[in-house]
Design a protein around this ligand. Structure first.
Ligand code: UD1
Length: 431
């Protein structure tokens, strides 16, 4: 298993370009199931989750070609409507094929995703919404089975604004008979990007990006070309990397308007942040200041940036309180940060972070995608070597992160295999 080795202490400087948003590319690729005709998608991030989605579409019968940052997908027919457990357990977002499969092919069998490190993560709202659209939905032997001759438009009020739930229902509604209204919809930019792709394909969607989405069903969708929006979480991660090292970093190819809540907190932590149309420059003081952070649905502070901002606040001057409101157990990175000398107390969904003047490198274990990024950031600020294991989480969602960080002057290296400890690998002994 690969590990990432970080030698802390370098001040990051320079420019880094962000990749396309994983969380927009995945629903966009899943939505190709909704119609015939070739879909050519560009700015697709070269990350493992995208490969997994390509594999799943291929298993269903789609023709899929993913090369570099381009994907070409055609779904003229399917020979299976099943997303198997082995795939879904490696990527929860596989559930995004559920709505499109039922809407176009009348049935879907999708392994029920289990809980994961960050919470129980049910999909009850996806299922209740599909039932409202007229699908027969059952759970049997660990699988969701959904069937419908043709979905019918309906009014769906979501209990909580789920991101992939909103996407699943919006996609399904595109081919339903009549009008669907989704109330309390999630407002993340990735939902708007999916909607703009679907509209190019002939769908009639109004209000994506607000909490009230209206979809007028059409009988078929055609192929279309689309460029995926930049990854706001990746951009935020590099800004936080600049901030934690007292650096001067410019993140290019991003959309500052998607990062407002993150920028507010980076400024509160003492950084000077300049926004341009498609770039953000951050100049950080030698040591950040404490700031209180509460995660929230968009446009609030994203839960996917919580681990990274926590790493930053671990070295801040003063005490910060982080409140996680989106997922119930998303503080799993805390014990790992403590191994690096961080002073963090967790009480329910609050974490009290007493900033310390320095962290020390240690072997740590990544528990999920964003926790991995948080640990790498902590490693950048720590004295000595940090060794992050279980890097497969990181590879699911960050394209070439070591290379990009090295481009900013960080000492970050990937070590393949399991044999050697940090000291051996840092000394260049292959393992
Ligand atoms: C998506 C993102 C993930 C991000 C999360 C929150 C993708 C592929 N993943 O995940 O990176 O961290 O949004 O911004 O886009 N919930 C229910 N019932 C449901 C669905 C959700 O109770 O049927 C709850 C969840 O347990 C959670 C909250 O709603 O507490 C938000 O989850 P949700 O928005 O659904 O997250 P995902 O779409 O899985």
């Amino acid at each position: 298993m690969d590990r990432i080795l970080i030698t802390g202490g370098s001040r990051l400087q320079g420019t880094v370009r962000v990749s396309g948003a994983k969380n927009a590319a995945l629903p966009i690729l899943a939505s190709t199931i909704l119609g015939g005709g070739e879909c050519r998608v560009t700015n697709v991030p070269a990350v493992v989750d995208v490969v997994t989605m390509g594999k799943l579409l291929g298993m269903l019968g789609a023709s899929v070609k993913i090369e570099g940052n381009r994907a070409a997908v055609g779904v003229e027919h399917v020979h299976s409507t099943e997303a198997p457990y082995d795939l879904v357990r490696t990527m929860r977002a596989s559930v995004l094929v559920l709505g499109p499969l039922v809407a176009r092919w009348g049935e879907a069998t999708v392994s029920l995703p289990g809980g994961c490190a960050i919470g129980t993560r049910p999909v009850n709202l996806h299922l209740a919404g599909l039932a409202k659209l007229g699908a027969e939905v059952a759970i049997e032997h660990g699988y969701i089975r959904a069937k419908a001759t043709r979905l019918r438009g309906a009014r769906i009020a979501l209990d909580t604004p789920t991101v992939t739930g909103t996407e699943n229902l919006m996609m399904a509604a595109c081919l339903a008979e009549g009008t669907t209204v989704i109330e309390n919809a999630a407002k993340e930019p990735e939902i708007s990007d999916l909607a703009s792709f679907l509209v190019k394909r002939g769908a009639k969607i109004f209000g994506a990006g607000t909490d009230l989405i209206t979809v007028e069903g059409v009988s078929a969708l055609r192929g279309a070309d689309h460029e995926v929006i930049p990854d706001r979480i990746e951009a935020g991660t590099y800004l936080a990397a600049g901030a934690i090292t007292g650096g001067d970093v410019c993140v290019e190819g991003c959309r500052p308007e998607h990062l407002e809540a993150v920028i507010v907190k980076l400024r509160e932590a003492g950084a000077e942040v300049t926004e341009k149309k498609e770039s953000i420059r951050l100049k950080a003081p030698r040591r950040p200041k404490a700031a209180d952070v509460k995660t929230f649905v968009h446009p609030g502070f994203p839960t996917d940036m919580q681990a990274q901002i926590m790493a930053l606040l671990c070295v801040a001057e003063g005490t910060s309180v982080i409140t996680e409101t989106v997922f119930e157990s998303r503080f799993i990175h805390v014990p790992e940060l403590r191994r690096m000398g961080a002073d963090i107390k967790v009480d329910g969904n609050h974490a009290v972070v007493n900033g310390s003047s320095h962290l020390t490198g240690a072997p740590v274990m990544a528990s999920d995608l964003r926790a991995s990024a948080g640990l790498i950031l902590a490693g950048l600020a720590a004295e000595g070597i940090t060794e992050v294991s279980r890097v497969y989480h990181l590879d699911r969602g960050y394209e070439r992160i070591e290379q990009k960080l090295r481009g900013l002057g960080a000492s970050v290296n990937r070590v393949h295999g399991t044999a050697k400890g940090a000291a051996g690998a840092a000394a260049g002994i292959p393992s």
